[in-house]
Design a protein around this ligand. Sequence first.
Ligand code: C5P
Length: 222
Amino acid sequence: KKLLSIAIDGPAGAGKSTVAKQVAERLSFIYIDTGAMYRALTYKALLKGADLNDGRELEIVLNDTDIKLVITDGGQAVLLDGKDVSEEIRTSEVTNNVSFVARQQEVRTEMVKRQQLLAESGGVVMDGRDIGTHVMPNAELKIFLIASVEERARRRYEENITKGFEADFELLKSEIALRDKRDSEREVAPLRKAEDAIELDTTSMTIEEVVSSILHYAKERA
Ligand code: C5P
C-alpha cells in the first residue's frame, strides 16, 4: 500500500519546518523543505548578480543548478551544486529577497517538477506555500498552519537570540508581514489554504501539541 503524503503550508514562521521535521521523524517519512529550494536558488542568483525580477534569467540559472536536501548527523543540510549552504540560505539578505525569486512562473514550474519527483513514492512530509494547492493536490493529509504575526515574530526573535544572532523584534515583525504579503498576493500559486486542508492556529499551542494533532489526523487517514 502506498504511504501517505502530508502537505504542510502556511505563512512565514508559523512553525512549519519544525513541526514537519518531527512528524516525518515519528512516521519514518522523508521531510522535504521546499522553502530551502527557493532559498538556495535565491542565494545563487544573488551571488551571480542575476536580476531577481527576470524569470527567464532565473530559469537559466536554475536549469544549471543542483539542489539536494540531505540527512546529516545534525539534522538536514542543503547542498547547492554539492556545497553545504544550510547557513547561507538563512541570512536576512536571502530571506528578504526569496519572495521575488519565488514569484516567477518559470522558477515555480521547474521547482514544482523537482518537488513532485521527490514526492513520487509517498511517505513524505513536505512544507511550503503551495504544497496542498499545487505540488501535491492529491495529498491524503493537508495542514494549513497559522499563528499571529506577533507570535511568529516572537518565535523568530527567540530563535535568533538562541543562535547568538542579533535580533530586532519590530523589524522581524515587519519583514514577516511583508514576506506574507508578497507570497499571498503574487499571481502564480499564491499562499492559500487548500479547500480540503485542516487549519491549525498554533498561536497558543506547543510544538508537541501541533505534532501530535497532525499525527492523529495522519493515523485516521493511513
Ligand atoms: O519556508 P520558507 O520561509 O523557508 O520559504 C522561503 C520563501 O520561499 C517563502 O517566503 C516563499 O516566497 C517561497 N516559497 C514558495 N513556495 C514554497 C515554499 C517557499 O514560494 N512551496
